[in-house]
Write a protein that binds this ligand. Structure first.
Ligand code: NA7
Length: 543
């Protein structure tokens, strides 16, 4: 009831991925009405759009899944250690049905603008289907990696073949048999797609700008016995995940690697390499992302492995990363990535020697070489963390534009709210842990915090909550300081917006871990939100 009573819903949610679905469930469970607007033709978000060959999560499926329902986690059966994109999409569709969420969701509806009405104290969302939705609260569940970054290469319109961005792969797939394919980009996506494409295409050229560290995923089917064991103590595993720094539960409490003899370290790395996955290596020692010497010992280990796997010495050298710490860009997981370069139909082009000059009618021109190709695949990443929010024309108090406010660097108090935008919440926004670990754990935390906040304000008869520029800036400085004490800033990465030309450089994720972040957010809530946010600003102003 009250002032915002005439709105279409209590909560408008943008996006029906992992975050949007849980928001709808959590909000309706507390008796709030909700409308979810989704651009895709299905629920799933990131896992709906990214259907390129080899698309797979690099967090283990038993952890990269919802923990809010014991029934759900008991009944769902993950088939592999790391879930493939189709399996995750099936899971999200199951969740939408299981919790009867579809009635809240409008598909094929892209939100283009969101405007705060200072008199009605409501948000009005406008869509590309010319609909409007009004709500007291708006939550941007738009995804940290959802706006494709496509390099602005001259001549692309002249290209007579086909080109695709991996995050916009056609639903029916692309038949690459008998064709020449060029892949641009060797991040996590390229590293997953390249081995799959190499097996199908006639000839594959990989155009690499920066070599990446990658370690074996060691994906495998999950056995019934293994699953039964997990499910017997699932609640306890989840509870550990919720307070783990990366949102991934771990049995070992690592100690510092500094001072550990090289031979002992090497044994630990060999064990981690054999086990597969990022955690066994990154968490081999507690100071892996803090101490340059410890980090270099693991980096050297991985470099040696690349040299052992790749037959041709020149190709091995070109694939070997130097100049930034391992893990400062997200550590990639692969299945046969480096071995793929031993195939006779695969060729590596080092763009650091000769950058792409232009696209021609028949291929990709670098320096004086024209690489002829039938298909170009851009695995060139995303305008990460803030990009999907600034893709929408968000207007707060006094027509304030979020794009303008963030032009000098995206910032938001606790990563949750930006000044001048009352009742607008961000999920995994700039200044939250965002993408530094198991996004599912971060998403569940955010959703619960946001919906509990809305519920609490309503019960207290408070109409608005917002941050101030001061608190946004203070939080951003803290995020910077935390990052500065780590090795993260020593790489040019999308964590800091370095991959998008013109994007302001600022390290966006909160790097002190989910446990610290959760405690900080819980404390804010326990103190009635007033220590970090301004409550009912408008009413006191108008009183
Ligand atoms: P990433 O990690 O941003 O990787 C993008 C790749 O594309 C990377 O190798 C880039 O090289 C390359 N790139 C980007 N622009 C260009 C241009 N203009 N020319 C040549 N090469 C370019 O994106 P991903 O999709 O692989 O992974 C994103 C996250 O998704 C991942 O971390 C997981 O969490 C899931 P660069 O390194 O910038 O030199």
């Amino acid at each position: 009831g009250g002032k915002q009573g005439g709105a279409d819903a209590d909560v408008a949610v943008v996006g029906a991925g992992f975050a949007g679905l849980y928001l709808a469930h959590r909000a309706t469970t507390l008796g709030l009405t909700v409308v979810v607007l989704e651009a895709g033709e299905s629920v799933g978000g990131t896992w709906y759009w990214n259907r390129y060959p080899g698309a797979r999560c690099d967090v283990e499926s038993i952890d990269y899944s919802y923990s809010f329902s014991e029934e759900l986690q008991q009944e769902w059966r993950w088939t592999e250690r790391y879930a493939s994109q189709p399996e995750i999409l099936r899971y999200l569709n199951h969740v939408a049905d299981r919790f009867d969420l579809r009635r809240h969701i409008r598909l094929n509806t892209r939100v283009t603008a969101a405007r705060f009405d200072e008199d009605a104290l409501t948000w009005t969302l406008t869509t590309d289907t010319d609909e409007t939705v009004t709500a007291a609260f708006c939550v941007m569940a738009t995804g940290g990696l959802s706006v494709p970054n496509r390099p602005d290469l001259p001549g692309l319109d002249d290209f007579r073949g086909e080109w695709y961005h991996t995050a916009r792969w056609p639903a029916g797939g692309v038949d690459l048999r008998g064709r020449r394919v060029a892949v641009v980009g060797t991040g996590s996506t390229g590293i997953q797609a390249i081995p799959m494409i190499a097996r199908e295409a006639d000839h594959l050229i990989v155009l690499q700008r920066t070599p990446n560290f990658s370690v074996p995923a060691r994906n495998r089917p999950l056995s019934e016995a293994e699953l039964a064991k997990v499910k017997a103590t699932y609640a306890r595993r989840r509870a550990r995940g919720r307070i783990a720094p990366s949102g991934v539960p771990s049995d070992r409490e690592p100690s510092p690697g500094r001072g550990v003899p090289p031979e002992r370290r090497r044994q630990a790395y060999e064990a981690g390499w054999a086990e597969g996955g990022a955690s066994p290596l990154l968490r081999a020692y507690s100071d892996m992302l803090v101490d340059e010497e410890v980090n270099a010992s693991l980096a050297d280990f991985v470099r040696d492995k690349i040299g052992e796997i790749v037959d041709d010495p020149a190709t091995a050298a070109a694939l070997t990363p130097y100049g930034y710490p391992l893990g400062a860009k997200r550590l990639c997981l692969d299945t046969d990535y480096f071995a793929t370069y031993n195939r006779p139909n695969v060729e590596l082009v080092d763009l650091r020697k000769t950058p792409i000059e232009r696209i021609t009618e028949t291929g990709i021109q670098t320096g004086d070489t024209l690489y002829e190709t039938d298909v170009i695949v851009f695995a060139t990443g995303f305008d990460a963390i803030s990009g999907a929010v600034t893709a929408i024309d968000v207007r707060g108090r006094a027509d304030r534009s979020l794009r303008d406010y963030w032009r000098t660097g995206p910032r938001a108090t606790l990563g949750l709210m930006a000044a001048g935008f009352p009742n607008l919440f961000l999920v995994n926004g700039p200044g939250s842990p965002a993408v530094l670990g198991n996004v599912l754990a971060f998403i569940e935390h955010h959703v619960e915090w946001i919906i509990d906040c809305i519920d609490s304000l309503r019960r207290d008869g408070i109409h608005t909550i917002e941050s101030s520029e001061d608190s946004d800036e203070r939080w951003a400085v803290q995020v910077d300081e935390i990052a500065a004490a780590t090795l993260y800033p020593k790489a040019e990465s999308w964590f800091a917006g370095a991959n998008v030309p013109g994007k302001p450089r600022r390290f966006l994720p909160y790097a002190a871990g989910l446990h610290t972040y959760r405690a900080r957010c819980d404390d804010s809530a326990a103190r009635g939100y007033g220590a970090d946010f301004v409550l009912d600003h408008a009413l006191s102003k108008h009183a």
